[in-house]
Every structure is written in C-alpha cells, then in structure tokens.
Design a protein around this ligand. Structure first.
Ligand SMILES: Cc1cc2nc3c(=O)[nH]c(=O)nc-3n(C[C@H](O)[C@H](O)[C@H](O)COP(=O)(O)O)c2cc1C
Ligand SMILES: C=C(O[C@@H]1CC(C(=O)O)=C[C@@H](OP(=O)(O)O)[C@H]1O)C(=O)O
Length: 390
C-alpha cells in the first residue's frame, strides 16, 4: 500500500517526508520536487517567513540513479529559520529565560485546544506542529506521487477560483490550468488576468486593515481512466478519500467534488451529465458534454477530469488581533501576533495537489498493482485495452 507520513516542527531543524509502497523503477527528478516546493512558496499575501525559506528536498533513501528502488523514500527539508530559534527551542533542556511563550491563544489556530489537550502552559509547542510549514513535506511526498502518476499519463494541477469576494468569472480549461504550472511568477495562480487583479485587490485591502482573507482553490486530475476507486466499501470511495486528503490541510474548512455545492440547490435534470456514445479519442467511446459530477460517480472515476475544490477560512493570526485570554493571568488580552501570512490560497492549492496526487497514486497502485513500474504499466495498458473493447 502506498503510504506517507511527515515529521518536523515549524522552527525545528528540518521537516521529514516518508513515502513507502512505491513501485521500483519510477523515474524521479530532483528538479521537479524542488520546483513543486517553490510553487508552494509562491502567492501574493505571504508573510516574512517565505523570504527566509528556500525549500529543497534532500533525498535520504529509496532512490538510486534517478529511479525508485521499491524501498521507503525518505526526504529532509531544512528550515532556514531554525538557526534563529536554536536557543529558544533547543532539543536538550533549555534556559527557561529564553523560552518564548505564546501566552495569548489565537482564535482560529490550534493554540487553545492544543494547549489544553497536551497540557502545556502556553501554545508554543502546539503551533510548532500545527503550522502549515508541515505542508512543505506533503508537497515533497506529493511530487513523488505525481511522478508515478505521470508514468501512466495522469497529471494533477490547481488554480485559484476565489479570494474573498473576488471570483474567477468564467470556467477554466485543463490546458489553461496546466499552463499555469509553468509560470515563473505566481501572483494568485489564476487563469484570468482581470479576475486575478480583482483577487489581488482583495488581498491589498486586508494588508491595509491588518485583517486576513480566505478563498477557494480547485485541483484537477487529468487523464485518469474510468474505474479507479470503488463503490463497494465506504472507506474505499475516491470521493471520500479525496475529501479527507484535502480537508486535512491546514485552514481548509470545506471540500467540494465537481459542482457539489450548487447541485444541492439545482434540479437533477440540469445537474447530471447525460451520457453519449460518440467515438472520441478518450479511454472509451462513452462521453459527456458537461462534467458537473467532477469525474466521480459512486466513488469511482468515470473518465472525465476529476475536480476537487478546497475552501479556506481566512488566516487566523491577525495583525489587528481579536480578543483572547492570557494563559498566565486569565485576564482579557489581544491574541498573539509575531508575523503571518494574510492570504495562502495559491499555496494551499499546491499542497492540495500533493494530497490529491498521493490519494490517487494509492488507488492506482492498489488497482494496477506492481512491484515494478513495468509491471504496473503492463496491467494499466491491459485494463485500458479491456475498457476500450467493452
Ligand atoms: C500554506 C499555508 C500557510 C499558512 N500560514 C499561516 C500563517 O502564516 N498564520 C496563521 O495563523 N495560519 C496560517 N495557516 C493556517 C493555519 O496553519 C491553520 O489555520 C491552523 O493550523 C489551524 O488549523 P485549521 O485552520 O485547519 O483548524 C496557513 C495555512 C496554509 C495552508
Ligand atoms: C512556514 C510556512 O508557513 C507558516 C505557516 C504558519 C501557520 O501558522 O500555519 C505560520 C507562519 O510561520 P511563521 O510564524 O514562522 O511566520 C507561516 O510562515 C510555510 O508555509 O512554509
């Protein structure tokens, strides 16, 4: 089974990503992993920390001569900011005078719930792990999954469709979304310049007022054949697995598959994607004129693009903080503020691509099996032949 986990705290020495269950023989480009890490660091509205970090994956195991060898893949990512925290957060017993307490919990962050749960007098050790710094390790792991998917022609990409009240005002094509991944400057990762300008204005407004803003990103999986995922068990449905994968990202508060949200207020006759048999150059001759289902029916891919949206709440650390209570005195105080991002929708979209790629790669490995890439590709090609001849 393809699995992954991460370790590391925001201001610790490094992050770790561990991916196991990858078939042997998958070509892995270091440059691609680092490019994905770079993409996650972009976006208009990020805070001072992104000027300190230059994320790069250091491969520790599982890859030799540019290919996976079937053993677990371990990668480390250095935190450049660590050197500024070695005295404040030493591994060995430290000087209590140097401890930098987070003594007034931030509404919306993990501070209060975490301090209560783990029995800490302040929230420092909670935010260290709750921080979305961890999503960098997910992106390194996701870059491995993406390279596996690429070897059977499956691509994953994302774009931003909303920042605050500014919305992308037209549908985006796969080609436009895919082209965004190659862009050198990522403002708000939007396919439409005029919409992006309106999104930027939303960020500028909160930068002025000391507030923060959320939004919506969309992840698209392109080139997946029908039949991945299953209806037979609740915990094997692809829609459920994608929802969990994306919802687990920091600040994501809702996940939508296809037109899931507006479908709830629409009629069946307009929502469902009528089936035709037109002889296209797809996996089969069955086709659809629209894709409101977002490529999934019964938790199974249906051959259309799989479309997953993630809804982000506004960032919880505010330059103009909300009311809180001091852990020490129990008196009303303003919530803690050191520095913060104000908008992370593009970055969250890149992290969600990684989560989606990992979830789909797991299902692909389950379906097509394979200790080696050649074995997996043979099974994949045989299956494609079978559904073509259906
Ligand atoms: C890429 C990214 C960057 C983030 N940066 C910040 C930040 O600078 N400040 C902050 O308070 N929250 C930030 N967050 C959100 C918090 O990590 C998140 O709200 C917190 O861990 C609580 O989890 P929850 O919102 O999922 O409940 C970021 C989230 C993402 C995805
Ligand atoms: C470090 C990253 O994001 C961090 C996520 C984050 C949070 O609370 O989630 C808080 C900020 O950290 P700091 O307090 O050190 O500025 C962000 O910069 C990153 O995305 O790589």
């Amino acid at each position: 089974m393809l699995r992954f986990s991460t370790a590391g705290e925001s201001h610790g020495e490094s992050l770790i990503a561990l991916v196991s269950g990858m078939p042997a023989g998958v070509p892995i480009e270091q440059e691609f992993i680092d490019r994905e890490l770079w993409r996650r660091q972009q976006g208009y509205g990020r805070g001072g920390r992104m000027r300190i970090e230059r994320d790069k994956a250091h491969i520790l195991s599982g890859i030799r001569h540019g290919k996976t060898i079937g053993s677990p893949i371990a990668m480390s990512l250095a935190n450049n900011d660590w050197k500024n925290w070695t005295e404040i957060l030493p591994v060995e017993t430290g000087d209590p005078e140097k401890h930098k307490a987070v003594a007034s919990p931030r509404p919306g962050h993990a501070d209060l719930a975490g301090a209560l749960k783990y029995d800490f007098p302040d929230a420092r050790y909670i935010l260290e792990r709750a921080s979305a710094r961890e999503s960098a390790a997910r992106v390194a792991a996701g870059a491995i999954a993406k390279q596996l998917l690429r070897s059977i022609g499956v691509e994953v990409a994302s774009h931003v469709i909303r920042v605050g009240k500014a919305e992308l005002d037209r549908p985006a094509t796969w080609e436009e979304i895919a082209a965004l991944q190659a862009k050198e400057i990522v403002l708000l990762n939007c396919v439409d310049e005029a919409s992006e300008a309106r999104m930027k204005a939303e960020v500028d407004a909160v930068l002025r007022t000391g507030d923060t803003i959320g939004g919506v990103f969309e992840v698209v999986i392109h080139g997946l054949p029908p039949g991945v995922g299953t209806h037979v068990n609740w915990d094997e449905r692809m829609d459920g697995l994608l929802a969990q994968a994306v919802m687990s990202l920091q600040a994501v508060k809702a996940v939508e598959i296809g037109r899931g949200v507006t479908a709830a207020e629409s009629l069946g006759s307009t929502v469902h994607d009528a089936i035709a048999y037109e002889g296209t150059d797809g996996f089969t001759k069955f086709s659809r004129e629209q894709n409101n289902a977002g490529g999934l029916e019964g938790g199974i891919s249906n051959g259309e693009d799989v479309v997953v949206r993630g809804y982000l709440k506004p960032i919880s650390t505010l330059r103009r903080p909300l009311g809180s209570v001091s852990f020490e005195t129990r008196e009303p105080v303003k919530a803690a503020y050191e520095r913060s991002d104000v908008c992370v929708v593009p970055a969250a979209g890149v992290a969600a691509e990684a989560m989606v790629a990992l979830a789909v790669a797991r299902l692909v490995v389950e379906k097509f099996g394979g200790d080696s890439l050649r074995e997996m590709q043979r099974n994949f090609n045989g299956y494609c032949e079978q559904i073509r001849a259906y």
